[in-house]
Design a protein around this ligand. Sequence first.
Ligand SMILES: NC(=O)c1ccc[n+]([C@@H]2O[C@H](COP(=O)([O-])OP(=O)(O)OC[C@H]3O[C@@H](n4cnc5c(N)ncnc54)[C@H](OP(=O)(O)O)[C@@H]3O)[C@@H](O)[C@H]2O)c1
Length: 307
Amino acid sequence: MKVLLQMPGRDVEAWRAAVASALPEAEIAVWPVAPADPDYALVWRPPAELFARVRPAKAIFNLGAGVDALLAVPTLPRDVPVIRLADAGMAEQMAEYVTLAVLRAYREMDAYAEQQRDVRWQPRPRLAKREFGIGLMGFGVLGQAIAAALAPFGFPLASWSRTRKSVDGVTSHVGSAELPVFLTTTKVLVCTLPATPATTGILDRGALSQLPQGAHVVNIARGDLVVDADLIALLDSGHLAGATLDVFATEPLPVDHAFWHHPRVAVTPHVSAVTLIRESVAQVAAGIRRIEKGEPAVGVVDRHRGY
Ligand SMILES: NC(=O)c1ccc[n+]([C@@H]2O[C@H](COP(=O)([O-])OP(=O)(O)OC[C@H]3O[C@@H](n4cnc5c(N)ncnc54)[C@H](OP(=O)(O)O)[C@@H]3O)[C@@H](O)[C@H]2O)c1
C-alpha cells in the first residue's frame, strides 16, 4: 500500500513515524517526494501542485476537522472520497476552551479584573442562570461534546444546525427560519460551524444584533464566519459584552487588527484544539483498514454541502 503524507511545518517527521508505526505495511512518501499513484494521500492545506502531480486511488484524508482549505484547492480530484478527522482528541480541548469562556462570562471575571485595576471592592449580584442561555451554533461532533461538558453547570442549552437533533437537555433549532429564536435566547454564542458557502459571513450585524444585550461570542470554528467590522461595532456600542476569538479570516491575525487591542476581545492564536498526532494517525489508520476490508468509509465529506 502506498501512502503519501503532506504536512507543512516542522512536525512532519513525527507524523511520518506515527504513520509508519500505525501502518507498518505502508510504503510512505513524504511530500514533495511523491509517487504519481498512491493509494492514499494524508494532507493538510496542500498546495495545488500536489493534486496536479498526484492522483490518490482510494481516498484523501484531511489531517484536520475543517475541510474548507482542502475543498478550495482547484486541482482536488472530484471523484476521490475526502475523509476528515472527527474529534481525534479535539473535542476534549474544545470543551475545556469553551467551558472557560462561558464561566468567565457568567462569573463576570472581566468586570472583576477591571474593579481590581481600580482597587474597588464591589460584590456583584449573582446572575440568573435561567436567563443565561448558551447557544451552540453548529451541533456536530464538537458542538455536542461542548454541550456535554457544559451540562453539569445547569445553563439552558440550545443548538442550531442544518438537521434536527435530539439530545437530552438541549433545545434544537434548525435552518434560517429558527435562527432568530435561537439568537434571541442566547447569552453566549459558541460557533462551531464549518466554513462553507452557506455559512461564510453568517455572524454579521443582522445576526449578532439579534443576540440579547450583554451577550458574548465565542468563535472556535473559522474566522470567515464573522464579519469583523460588524462584531467590533456591536462591541463598541455596548450591545455585546465580549468576544473570545481563536480563529480569524487572516492568520496570524495582522498586527494592526483592531481585535488585538480591543478591551472586550480575548484573542488566542488558533489553539482551542490542536491536532494531536497519535490520535489523528490512529483514526486515519482505522479508516484505511476499513477501506482495505471493503467496508464503507466513515467521515466522508459531502462535497455539495462543503463539510
Ligand atoms: N479552532 C480550531 O482549532 C478547530 C479545530 C477543529 C475544528 N474546527 C472547526 O470546527 C468545525 C466543526 O467541526 P465538527 O467536527 O464539529 O464538524 P461537524 O461534526 O461536521 O459539525 C458541523 C455542524 O455544523 C452544522 N452546519 C453546517 N452547515 C450548516 C448550515 N448551513 N446551517 C446550519 N447548521 C450547519 C451541521 O449541521 P448538521 O448536524 O445538521 O449537519 C453540524 O451540526 C470544523 O469545520 C472546523 O472548521 C476548528
